[in-house]
Design a protein around this ligand. Structure first.
Ligand SMILES: Cc1cc2nc3c(=O)[nH]c(=O)nc-3n(C[C@H](O)[C@H](O)[C@H](O)COP(=O)(O)O)c2cc1C
Ligand code: SF4
Length: 523
């Protein structure tokens, strides 16, 4: 039997040369007449090691990385196909501490299977959740998801089971399941990794959601900046349809469910669920006032579940192993696991799925290894561009929705962006306003006008023009945006701004803004 060699086809790996490594590997195997097969798997999420090449051996999979095309001859000479030693060897993949310390439930197969092989998916437990769901009444599925404690991973942390119950009980000629895979938050890539590395888990989760709520059509909404994910999802949907996972009779049952992939142009606000619906219906992505909730009147005015991709991809394991199994992980009201995406100026950037409860400090210093520059960490932004900046003093905050809220922060889509001590927090506050001004849909005044006024105010503080009164004005403006905006784009922009001011006030004083030698040298 051919030896299996795994070279990720994930766009994060391709960006650092995985396609070239795969092509060169194919040539080398042919030239050496070696009996081996290359599988383009998803990424394991250890991005500093990409392209990470793995080979299947009797002992398990052995990893090498990061591999360049120029390394391949040396690797093959050293006995890559037998998993022999080499300076790039990382040993048994499963023993790599970054992976070993994780609890992979949602990402259990990502990077392990051939993403488009249904056989591989089944062999690794795939479709058990859907099979179980088919044998249950819709109310029982909804109850199981509710009892699991799963909360939306898109940002708001709303209980998924309750949302599904609303749609199940709503009256409508046609109900819909919409997967929000827009993934606009800075430093996040979990949705993309699943779509490129284990697309069937999303399809399975959406089919379960359909059966649970009586929806027979689904859409995956993602952006044109994710071409590989679009391609992979389209191919996976086709395979699923050909194998009766989708269609008029899901896995031979009396349930019908089918779905399509829809591509947006890529606007941050189109990740907001009502703007997403507008975009999906063919209009400009502008936020709709709520109520009505999408669960009552969503896509084309019909009852609609809008869930984040990770929320939906977490459902199959809940239906496979039970609500209790999932709920047993986590802390407080944050149950189960969360795929934390560690990015920015960090040594070991990647995806780390863990039960809720690890502290921010553990994630940044221990798992992430501190900054890539080797300088001290000064600030960490959690939860995307609308998330608060946390200083080191708050590193004992556990990763938990309520614990972050208590510190005036949010978890969002669980992206962590790390900054070293050369960061200028006044510039970051300006960036938050600027981002809001660029991305605002324009529907409400506090966000549309407030964000531009915010940039001007920060500029005056920077230039030392009446700094005290301008700081008061900025605080006032933030309150207006927080309480007067229609959606969280304008409403949450105050989080990064005010956390920068609260935790790093020295950067808002006139004169050289911080003590950092790097910054002083640049002034
Ligand atoms: C400006 C803005 C952008 C958003 N972007 C996303 C996004 O990219 N992905 C996402 O799942 N949710 C995003 N959300 C949250 C959605 O509105 C919605 O709460 C979510 O899709 C619901 O799914 P969940 O309950 O599974 O989290 C965004 C919200 C706002 C206000
Ligand atoms: S807060 Fe901003 S993005 Fe949201 S509705 Fe108002 S203008 Fe649009």
């Amino acid at each position: 039997m051919s030896v299996k060699i795994y070279i990720p086809g994930d766009s994060g790996a391709i960006a650092v040369g995985a396609d070239k490594v795969a092509a060169r590997m194919a040539q080398a195997l042919k030239a050496r007449d070696l009996d081996a097969r290359i599988i383009r798997n998803g990424s394991r999420g250890l991005y500093w090691l990409e392209p990470m090449v793995e080979v299947e051996t009797d002992r398990g999979r052995v990893a090498y990385g990061p591999v360049k095309t120029s390394d391949l001859d040396g690797l093959l000479d050293a006995g890559l196909l037998e998993g022999e030693d080499h300076p790039l060897s990382l040993g048994l993949t499963e023993e790599i501490p970054y992976l070993k310390r994780q609890t992979r439930l949602t990402f259990a197969r990502c990077g392990i299977t051939d993403p488009l092989s249904l056989e591989d998916y089944r062999e690794h437990g795939g479709l058990t959740g859907l099979t179980n769901a088919i044998a249950m009444a819709p109310e029982a599925i909804v109850a199981q998801v509710t009892e699991s404690g799963l909360r939306g991973r898109g940002g708001a942390g709303f209980p998924t089971g309750i949302k599904w119950k609303t749609v199940l009980e709503a009256q409508g000629a046609q109900k819909y399941i919409i997967c929000n895979a827009d993934e606009g938050d800075s430093g996040t890539f979990a949705d993309r990794m699943i779509m490129e590395g284990d697309p069937f888990v999303l399809i399975e989760g959406m089919a379960i959601a359909g059966i649970a709520t009586g929806a027979t059509r689904g859409y995956i909404y993602l952006r044109s900046e994710y071409p590989h994910a679009v391609d992979m999802m389209n191919r996976a949907v086709k395979v699923a349809r050909e194998n009766n996972i989708l269609g008029t009779s899901v896995l031979g049952s009396s349930h019908a469910f089918d779905m399509e992939v829809r591509v947006g142009a890529g606007a941050y606000v189109c990740g907001e669920e009502t703007a997403l619906l507008e975009s999906l219906e063919g209009r400009r992505g502008v936020v709709r006032a709520k109520p009505p909730l999408p669960a009552h009147k969503g896509f084309l005015g019909q009852p609609t579940v809008v869930n984040n991709m990770v929320s939906l991809a977490s459902v199959p394991i809940i239906m496979e192993k039970g609500a209790e199994y999932y709920r047993d992980f986590g802390m407080g009201r944050s149950r189960g696991t969360i795929p934390i995406q560690i990015a920015g100026n960090v040594k070991y950037g990647g995806l780390f799925e863990a039960a809720f409860g690890m502290t921010l400090g553990e994630l940044v210093e221990d798992i992430g290894g501190g900054t890539a520059t080797g300088r001290p960490v000064r600030a960490v932004q959690v939860g995307g561009p609308l998330g608060a900046y946390f200083p080191r003093e708050l590193f004992d905050t556990p990763f938990d929705y309520e614990a972050f809220a208590a510190k005036d922060g949010l978890i969002g889509h669980a992206g962590i962006v790390v900054f070293d001590d050369s960061v200028d927090m006044l510039k970051q506050a300006r960036f938050a306003f600027e981002f809001c001004a660029i991305e605002s849909c324009g529907k409400c005044t506090p966000c549309r006008i407030g964000s531009t006024r915010g940039v001007e105010v920060v500029d005056r503080i920077r230039d030392g023009i009446e700094p005290e009164s301008q700081i008061n004005l900025m605080t006032d403006l933030c309150n207006t945006m927080k309480f007067g905006s229609l959606c969280a784009l304008g409403g949450f922009t105050p989080y990064p701004v005010m956390s920068a001011l609260t935790h790093f006030p020295e950067d808002f004083r006139p004169g050289p803004r911080m003590a950092s030698p790097v910054n002083q040298a640049a002034e």
